[in-house]
Design a protein around this ligand. Structure first.
Ligand code: A3P
Length: 272
């Protein structure tokens, strides 16, 4: 992590920007920022602070690997570079492009109850519209057409995890993708971080003492080298309202897709 790298760096000339050894590919609103910041607690990890959007945005991809590398943090040999761009998961071109960069790269996918994720996704778009003084439809208007769930709604499609994962599994072996339980990460970060360390072949350096529950925020915050850090207010904000009836419809809608996803990853989640 950034605090320890400067002090542990053996020499200046070995410090350079390197391509990532691991990428958090999604899902959008799954807890990608929390996972990245928490991995960054590890002394052998350095992260790209901003989302890079290299493999999903053609204009960036055309700039080539030199541009991509230039977005990465400075590291010493032995440190793992990690970037997160939630847009990769649903981008059709991303899997093959990531493979071309490094077929051995490790992929992290953090998932969350797809109905909750959808509401979180809508809430983010709504917030962005309102801050630019633009009106926006209610979630119910976007989600329900003639009494039925509108399967064309983009935020709904981003919650169809099995469809997107299927494209990654056409390119990468299952073992190369580690699935993080985003709901579990919210409830208690440490166990999910320990599993991620193991997947990334990192020594177990993140500890329960790196986390404390902040009652004001209602979420866990990070502690490292005496510094106290919560994610910003856009993470963990109140969700836009949705009627209980519509939410129930949504849960019913996701039943089949969820089952397909569970089969694909070989485990299940207690989603609605
Ligand atoms: P909500 O704002 O809907 O609660 P992402 O970083 O991928 O956009 O994900 C945002 C989500 O991360 C938040 O969604 C929140 O639930 C979740 N999250 C997980 N751990 C968190 C933490 N420690 N602090 C704040 N948000 C956290």
């Amino acid at each position: 992590s950034s605090s320890s790298s400067s002090s542990s760096s053996p020499s200046h000339n070995s410090t350079q920007q390197r391509l990532p050894g691991a990428i958090i590919i999604g899902v959008r609103k799954g807890g990608t920022r929390a996972l990245l910041e928490m991995l960054n607690l590890h002394p052998d990890v350095e992260v790209a602070k901003a989302e890079v959007h290299y493999f999903n945005v053609d204009e960036h991809y055309r700039r080539g690997l030199a541009w991509y590398r230039a977005q990465m943090p400075f590291t010493v040999p032995g440190q793992l570079t990690v970037e997160k761009t939630p847009g990769y998961f649903a981008a059709p071109q991303a899997p093959a492009r990531v493979w071309d960069m490094n077929p051995a790269v490790r992929l992290l996918l953090i998932v969350r109850d797809p109905a909750e994720r959808l509401v979180s996704d809508y809430t983010q778009v709504l917030h962005n519209r309102l801050t630019r003084n633009k009106p926006y439809q209610s979630l119910e208007e976007l989600l329900i057409r003639h009494g039925h769930i509108d399967s064309g709604y983009k935020a709904l499609q981003r919650s169809l995890y099995h469809q997107h994962l299927a494209r990654w599994l056409e390119v990468f072996p299952r073992e190369q993708i580690h699935v993080v339980d985003g709901d579990a990460l919210i409830r208690n970060p440490f166990p999910e971080l320990r599993k991620a360390e193991r997947f990334l072949d990192l020594s177990p350096r993140i500890s329960p003492n790196n986390f404390y529950y902040n009652t004001t925020k209602g979420f866990y915050c990070l502690l490292s080298a005496g510094h106290d850090k919560c994610l910003d207010e856009s993470k963990g904000r109140p969700h836009a309202p949705l009627s209980a009836q519509a939410f129930k419809k949504l849960c019913r809608y996701f039943r089949k897709p969820n089952k397909l996803f569970f089969e694909m990853v070989g485990r299940s989640f207690s989603w609605c």
